[in-house]
Design a protein. Structure first.
Length: 677
C-alpha cells in the first residue's frame, strides 16, 4: 500500500559552505527518498537554510550588507552544491520566511497557554568586541567534564556531556576571538519537565528512534530523579531573528525556530503546489521522517517533540540519527586538506563516487563514518568499475540487440530478484551498507557467469553467434538488475543503463523482469576510475595555511624500518622467470574456522579461471570483507598445496609480516590474468 511520507534533513546553517561532512546526511536522505519513490510511495523531501542568529548578524555587519543579502548568496551556493551532487528537494526555503514566523508564533502561543513558559535573569557570556551575547555554538573552550579541548559551549563531542557555556574552561568567542565577559539579562524558558512523561513514552516506545539511540537519550537526559533542564528559548537584542510577540526587545533563540522550518517549508511547498499543509502536519496519515546528525539529537528528541505536542501537530514517525565523518581516521583538518568543501570535491571528482562510498559505509546507526581516501579509491574502482560497469563494458559491444527470449542463466536473475525484499528492507532502515553488500554479492555471481561464458571468445567464432547473444543477454540483464537496486544511490548511472538497453529504470519492480528484444545503444563509457592524482589534487586544494606543493624534482628517501630482512642469495634470471606472477581480483574472502592466521580467498585470474588461495594475513585484515573486490598479485604457477582446511592453488604476494602485512596492488588499469614482467 502506498504511503504518504514527509522526509527532512537538518537545516544547514547559512554562515558556511557545505562540506563533505554535511554531505553524509544529505546524500543519505536523498538515497532514502529516491528508494521510497521507486517503491511507489508519495514522498515530499523538504529542507531550508537555518539563517537566524548572531553569526548572520555579525557577518552582515562586517560586510555592510543586510542579512537578506547573506541569506540569498549562501542559499544559492547551498542549493547548487546539493543539486550538483544529485540531491533533489521538493522545496528548499529559509527560516526567515513569513510562514516560519507564523508557525513559530503558533507554537509560542500554545506554550504560553499551557503554562510552560517561565522568565528569569540569566548571566550569559557576552562578546565585548562584537557587542552581543553569545549563543552556545559561538563559544569554544575546554570541556569541563573530560578536559577535551576545542569544544562548543553546549556539549562535548568526545564524552557527550552537556553543559552551560559558562562552565567551559579557557572560553573564547568564535566571532571575534575575544575572551567573553559575564552579563545578565532577562530570558524566557520552556519548562521541559512538564513534558517528561510524554517524552519518556515517545523516546522509549513506538520505535521512533533506533534502540541504541533511545537508550542513550533515556540514560543521558531522562534519568530517574533528575528533572529536565529548562530550555532557554530567548536572546536579548541585538539579535537577528523573530522578535517575541509579547516580549519586545527579546528574540526567539535560533533553536526554537530552526526545526519549525520543517513545517514552514512544507507550508510554502503546499502553497506552491495547491495542497493543504495541514494534511502533512495536522492529522491525516502522513509519516514524518527526520534525518539528522547525533550532535543535534538532544534538540530533535526532546525540544522538538515537546513543541509539537504542545501545539497539537503531528509528531515524528522516526528520527534517523547518523554519526560524524572523519577522514583518514581523524577529525577533518583544514591544514591537512581533509576539510573538503562540497564544491572543491566537485571540482576534482565524480559525485557518484562519494554517493556510493557513503552508501557502502552507512548502516542506519549513529556510529561515526570514516572516509579513508585510499579505501575510497580502491572500493569505488573495485565495486563500481570492476564489478558493475565490467558487466556492460565486456558484453554490450558484441551484439546489436538482446535475445527475443531470456535464456537459461542457471537461476542467477531469479536469485537476485529474490534478494529484492532484503535489499529494500535495508534501504528502509537506512542501512545502505547492508544493501550494498547484497548488491555486490549479486555482482560477483554475475561476473562469474561472464568469466565462464567468455563472450570475447565466442565473438571470434561466427558459428557461435546465438550462444554469444544468449550470454550477452544474460550479462546485460544482470547488469540492469544491479542498476535498479543501485538507482537510489546512483541515479545518473541508472539512467545511463536505461538508455543503453532502451529500458528506463523507474520502479523497484524493474528488478523482477528481464528485458528482451531491445536494441542495444552504442556503448559509451559509463563511469571512470578514481584517479589518485585527482584525489590528491582535491586534498591540496583544500589545504589552508600552506601553499599547494610544487612538483618535486626528486622524492626524499623514506626512513628505513628498524629491522630489515637481509637479501636472499643471488639467483639467475632464468630462475626468476620461472615464477609466474599474475594480477588477480578477490571475489570472496572468508575466515577459516579454528585457524588463527589464515584467510580463504577466492580469486579471479580473468580468462585463466578462478583459484582458491589460503593466505596467512588474517592478523592484518581482521575484517576480511575489506579484501573483496581488491586487485592483488599472486604466484599463479605454484604447485597446489594440500592443507588441513583445503587445497591452496597459489600464493598471495605481500610486504611485511602480520599484523603489519601489506598486499601488493597493481597499478590502475591492470586486469585480472595479466602477467607481471
Amino acid at each position: 500500500m502506498a504511503r504518504r511520507i514527509l522526509v527532512t534533513s537538518a537545516l544547514p546553517y547559512v554562515n558556511g559552505h557545505i562540506h563533505i561532512g554535511h554531505m553524509v546526511e544529505y546524500l543519505q536522505t536523498d538515497m532514502f527518498v529516491r528508494f521510497l519513490r521507486m517503491q511507489g510511495h508519495e514522498v515530499a523531501y523538504i529542507c531550508a537554510d537555518d539563517v537566524h542568529g548572531t553569526a548572520t548578524m555579525i557577518a552582515a555587519r562586517n560586510r555592510g550588507v543586510p542579512e537578506s543579502a547573506i541569506i540569498a548568496e549562501m542559499g544559492a551556493a547551498h542549493e547548487k552544491d546539493f543539486a550538483d551532487f544529485g540531491i533533489r528537494f521538493d522545496h528548499y526555503g529559509s527560516t526567515d520566511s513569513p510562514s516560519n514566523r507564523e508557525s513559530v508564533y503558533a507554537i509560542w502561543s500554545a506554550l504560553r497557554a499551557g503554562g510552560h513558559v517561565a522568565t528569569r535573569e540569566v548571566t550569559q557570556l557576552f562578546d565585548p568586541k562584537a557587542g552581543t551575547f553569545l549563543a552556545d555554538r559561538f563559544v569554544k573552550g575546554t570541556c569541563p567534564k573530560c578536559g577535551a579541548p576545542d569544544q562548543y559551549g553546549d556539549s562535548c563531542d568526545k564524552c557527550a556531556s552537556t553543559f552551560s557555556p559558562t562552565e567551559l574552561k579557557d572560553a573564547v568567542s568564535t566571532l571575534s576571538g575575544a575572551k567573553p565577559e559575564l552579563k545578565s539579562a532577562q530570558h524566557y524558558f520552556v519548562t521541559l519537565e512538564h513534558f517528561r512523561g510524554f517524552l519518556e513514552q515517545w523516546v522509549t516506545g513506538g520505535g521512533h528512534l533506533h534502540p541504541d539511540m533511545a537508550k542513550w537519550v533515556k540514560n543521558t537526559f531522562l534519568r530517574d530523579g533528575e528533572p529536565l533542564r529548562d530550555w532557554d528559548v530567548s536572546r536579548p537584542a541585538p539579535y537577528f531573528g523573530f522578535e517575541i510577540p509579547d516580549a519586545p526587545g527579546h528574540y526567539f533563540y535560533v533553536w526554537l525556530d530552526a526545526p519549525v522550518g520543517y513545517v514552514a517549508s512544507t507550508r510554502d511547498w503546499c502553497a506552491k503546489t495547491g495542497q493543504d499543509w495541514t494534511s502533512w502536519w495536522q492529522g491525516g496519515k502522513a509519516e514524518i521522517h527526520h534525518v539528522i546528525g547525533k550532535d543535534i539529537a538532544y534538540f530533535h528528541t526532546l525540544f522538538w517533540p515537546a513543541n509539537l505536542q504542545a501545539v497539537g501537530w503531528n509528531l515524528p514517525t522516526k528520527v534517523h540519527i547518523h554519526g560524524f565523518l572523519t577522514v583518514n581516521g581523524e577529525k577533518m583538518s583544514k591544514s591537512k586538506g581533509t576539510f573538503v568543501r562540497a564544491r572543491t570535491y566537485l571540482d576534482h571528482l565524480d559525485p557518484q563516487w562519494l554517493r556510493y562510498y557513503y552508501a557502502a559505509k552507512l548502516n542506519g546507526t549513529a556510529e561515526d563514518l570514516d572516509m579513508n581516501l585510499g579505501e575510497f579509491e580502491a572500493k569505488v574502482n573495485a565495486d563500481l568499475i570492476g564489478k558493475v560497469v565490467n558487466l556492460a563494458s565486456r558484453t554490450a559491444r558484441f551484439v546489436p540487440k538482446l535475445a527475443d527470449a531470456y535464456p537459461d542463466d542457471g537461476g542467477l536473475f531469479a536469485r537476485a530478484a529474490a534478494d529484492g525484499p532484503a535489499i529494500a528492507e535495508a534501504f528502509e532502515r537506512l542501512d545502505t551498507a547492508a544493501a550494498m553488500r547484497l548488491i555486490m554479492a549479486a555482482a560477483d555471481r554475475a561476473n562469474e557467469f561472464v568469466e565462464r561464458a567468455a563472450p570475447w571468445a565466442l565473438k571470434k567464432d561466427p558459428a557461435k553467434a546465438e550462444e554469444l547473444a544468449r550470454a550477452c543477454t544474460v550479462s546485460l540483464n544482470l547488469f540492469r538488475q544491479l542498476c535498479v537496486y543501485l538507482a537510489p544511490v546512483l541515479p545518473n548511472f541508472a539512467a545511463e543503463a536505461g538508455r543503453l538497453l532502451g529500458a528506463p529504470i523507474t520502479t523497484w519492480a524493474d528488478a523482477q523482469r528481464p528485458v528482451v528484444g531491445n536494441a542495444i545503444a552504442p556503448y559509451q563509457n559509463l563511469m571512470g576510475r578514481v584517479d589518485p592524482a585527482k584525489v590528491q589534487a582535491m586534498v591540496d586544494a583544500s589545504k589552508v595555511g600552506e601553499p599547494a606543493p610544487a612538483a618535486a624534482a626528486a622524492v626524499a628517501p623514506v626512513a628505513a624500518p628498524a629491522a630489515v630482512e637481509p637479501l636472499a642469495a643471488t639467483i639467475a634470471f632464468d630462475d626468476f622467470a620461472k615464477v609466474d606472477l599474475r594480477v588477480a581480483q578477490v571475489l570472496s574472502a572468508e575466515e577459516v574456522p579454528k585457524a588463527k592466521k589464515i584467510v580463504k580467498l577466492r580469486v579471479s585470474l580473468g580468462a585463466l579461471g578462478e583459484r582458491t588461495i589460503f593466505a596467512g594475513i588474517k592478523a592484518a585484515f581482521p575484517d576480511v570483507a575489506v579484501l573483496v573486490g581488491r586487485r592483488i598479485v599472486v604466484v599463479a604457477n605454484l604447485a597446489p598445496r594440500q592443507m588441513s582446511f583445503g587445497v591452496s592453488e597459489g600464493m598471495v604476494i605481500a610486504a611485511g609480516e602480520a599484523p603489519n602485512a601489506f598486499l601488493l596492488t597493481p597499478d590502475q588499469g591492470a586486469e585480472p590474468g595479466q602477467r607481471l614482467h
